[in-house]
Design a protein around this ligand. Structure first.
Ligand code: MN
Length: 228
């Protein structure tokens, strides 16, 4: 049998709440402008601009509770999001059965080098430099559907140093979880281990070193992430 010629990369995995088991990560999809109030604060018309997807790298997920301030930026923004973790996938998944593919949900952050993202937008270039950098997606433990059911409504919040900055309700998502799964599966083959970050409510803004972000959502508890 052929051997790998170099050291094999580790499997990225997220702890599952209440067990010793891990959720292995294959891909990370992120949806943009999925809450109308956030689309408006970013200067877009929520009715005319449909949501769209970009990707982060699997090993951008980070479960340490620490977010090292990244290089080449002076404007890193927080975006609190619910991560949808898939246990199965496929192509052209019908809306009616889309939720059957969800293993569970987790709290997450889509940390963004907003200044670099803005430059890329202006030049019509891809967003990776603003979005897909090291440890750009802090994530909490996965809460299985078998424990908490599906998340269709309930509050989602982010505080910085105790001050409320982002507040929304999961029922404000323009594209609901089944729609995201079904839509993505028309363009990509979804598979076990795929993660979808479901977009952020309004109130995004910068953090600085030393800030403590506390994120929470109904059904998922809360977690803190310190900017180091
Ligand atoms: Mn986002």
């Amino acid at each position: 049998m052929a051997q790998y010629a170099i050291q094999t990369p580790p499997v990225v995995a997220v702890p599952i709440a209440g067990t010793d088991a891990l959720f292995p990560v294959r891909r990370v999809y992120c949806i943009g402008r999925n809450y109308a109030a956030h689309a408006i604060e970013m200067g877009h018309d929520p009715d005319r601009d449909p949501p769209f997807f970009f990707q982060k790298n699997p090993n951008n997920l980070d479960t340490s509770g620490q977010f090292p301030y990244p290089p080449h930026t002076s404007d890193v923004h927080h975006e609190v999001e619910v991560a949808v973790m898939l246990k199965s996938g496929g192509e052209n998944i019908p809306l009616e059965s889309a939720l059957d593919h969800v293993y569970g949900y987790a709290l997450s952050l889509d940390m963004t080098r907003r200044d670099l993202q803005g430059e890329m937008k202006k030049m019509g270039r891809p967003w990776e430099i603003g979005k897909a950098f090291e440890r750009s997606a802090p994530v909490g433990p996965v809460h299985p559907v078998s424990d908490i059911g599906h998340l269709e409504n309930g509050s989602i919040t982010l505080k910085v140093n105790g001050e409320l900055r982002q507040e929304g309700d999961l029922n404000q998502m323009i594209w609901k979880v089944p729609e995201m799964i079904s839509y993505l599966s028309e363009y990509f083959e979804l598979a076990p281990g795929d993660v979808i970050l479901s977009g952020t409510p309004s109130g995004v803004g910068p953090v600085v070193k030393g800030d403590v972000m506390e994120i929470a959502a109904d059904g998922l508890g809360s977690m803190t992430v310190t900017v180091t």
